[in-house]
Design a protein. Sequence first.
Length: 152
Amino acid sequence: MSTITETVDVDVDVTTAYNQWTQFESFPRFMEGVDEIKQIDATRTHWRLDVGGVKREFDATIVDQTPDQRIAWRSDSGPDHAGVVTFQRLDANQTRVTARMDIDPEGFVENVADKLGILDRRVKGDMKRFKEFIENRGGAETGAWRGDVDRP
């Protein structure tokens, strides 16, 4: 299992950054290889990915969510992974967003990508594109979900 951690400072307030991150269906607009995410209910999502030409689908469950602070998830099927994204207010108009993921690559292509550092670079690029996405929207998120999810 590999752990990937990436941080980006975005020029929006913490609430805007957090609200945008709760809009999972917008992830394909800034995450490489994510073809589609469907929000099944308040805590479950279905993902369709393309990793080096290999198509994958899986379900994930949000296991911990506190507005303006953190969102944590784990996969229910498909590639074994879990992660957390945290939001730290730096000042009134700047937020540090940190993504930490534990990934157990599945299959030859994913294992090669992991060993060559491709997954690390992909997450770094995704975080950079999130920054561009939210900042280019003039500090306005595409939506928000402000509920709490407590760990089981």
